[in-house]
Write a protein that binds this ligand. Structure first.
Ligand SMILES: [Fe+2]
Ligand SMILES: [Fe+2]
Length: 331
């Protein structure tokens, strides 16, 4: 088809040359039609896969927000659940509080699934027990957690900020597809937590780490009222102090797995604070060996006035008991 036809010594009516041109054009049209059909097959397969995935895990409820009866906004923040590595008693304490509080908003600040199994292949497994983790388990645990959360707070608008564990899938697809962007996006849609956790169907807004969500802010950051939210900001010993000084604003971050708070008064800015409410995953994972982690369980509780002024509390959870839950119960 690509063979060149020399027409220099031929008349335009030369039947052999004309026949070859006509034949080449017909082959080109046929190849285009086949390419179109193949692309359509691929898109149909993806649509069918997505439909099957939703059908297999039906969403239990319609999560449209209900009209508010209070004037202030109540927001709950949870992060670092880590899928199959979640600490079940801590998660149960968190869910029990959510059920009582009935928040208007929930921010899930990343690492809600572990993305273990083959997605952790670049991390050295130190113990046999670590080799039993699967990505499927993580997704099943992630779906269970979101089912429970939406059951506990059916009116809440949920924001889900991608953590470094969720974006392992993005790095894996780039490796697998030799950086071909169309194949990478195709594979991402088949495998990424954003899709396997059915976030769109659940009505949950997802914020990728690789995209800018607020003009002027780094990728992966969002701002709700007077508070910034980001999964990974500072890993230093004084992470809260470092985070608030680098933000020069109120910020809730995650990733370090330990509760921390710091308040600063900055010239020209005023009173600002940085918060990490802690994690909801196991506090001593195998890969930390005998090194005490200092990780702590907890979640964030915010009451926001119409003016935008707010109160933030890091609610500690210790050995499966929420300290706020104890007060709500009058214990
Ligand atoms: Fe984490
Ligand atoms: Fe993280």
């Amino acid at each position: 088809m690509s063979e060149e036809i020399d027409l220099s010594d031929k008349l335009i009516s030369d039947s052999d040359a004309m026949n070859r041109v006509v034949k080449a054009q017909a082959e080109l049209a046929k190849a285009r039609a086949e390419a179109f059909a193949l692309r359509k097959d691929r898109d149909d397969a993806l649509d069918e896969y997505n439909a099957l995935r939703v059908a297999k895990f039906p969403i239990k409820q319609d999560y449209k927000p209900k009209p508010k009866t209070r004037t202030e906004t109540v927001r709950i923040i949870a992060n670092d659940v880590h899928g199959s590595m979640m600490d079940r008693p801590a998660v149960e304490a968190f869910l029990a509080d959510v059920r009582r509080i009935q928040p208007d908003e929930v921010v899930l600040n990343g690492d809600i699934v572990e993305c273990g199994g083959f997605l952790a292949r670049k991390h050295t497994a130190s113990y046999i027990a670590q080799t039993t983790y699967t990505y499927q388990d993580d997704i099943a645990h992630g779906n269970w957690f979101l089912d429970q959360l939406q059951d506990a707070a059916p009116s809440a608008q949920i924001h889900f900020i991608e953590g470094n564990h969720e974006d392992r899938v993005e790095r894996w697809v780039i490796d697998e597809t030799l950086s071909n962007s169309r194949d990478a996006e195709f594979l991402r849609q088949l495998n990424a937590p954003e899709f396997l956790l059915k976030l769109k169907e659940r009505g949950i807004v997802y914020y990728r780490r690789s995209e800018t969500h607020v003009p002027g802010l780094p990728p992966g950051w969002i701002k709700l009222g007077k508070i910034f939210f980001v999964h990974e900001l500072s890993g230093s010993k004084n992470a809260a102090r470092d985070s608030v000084s680098r933000t020069a604003g109120n910020v809730v971050y995650a990733h370090t797995h330990r509760a921390d708070t710091a308040t600063l008064v900055l010239p020209g800015v005023g009173l600002v604070a940085g918060y990490n409410p802690g994690c909801l995953c196991q506090r001593q994972p195998l890969w930390r060996h005998s090194d005490p982690t200092g990780w702590s369980h907890g979640y964030g509780y915010q009451v926001i006035a119409k003016s935008g002024e707010f109160l933030h509390i890091n609610v500690p959870i210790w050995e499966g008991r929420s300290l706020l839950g104890n007060m709500l119960d009058g214990r």
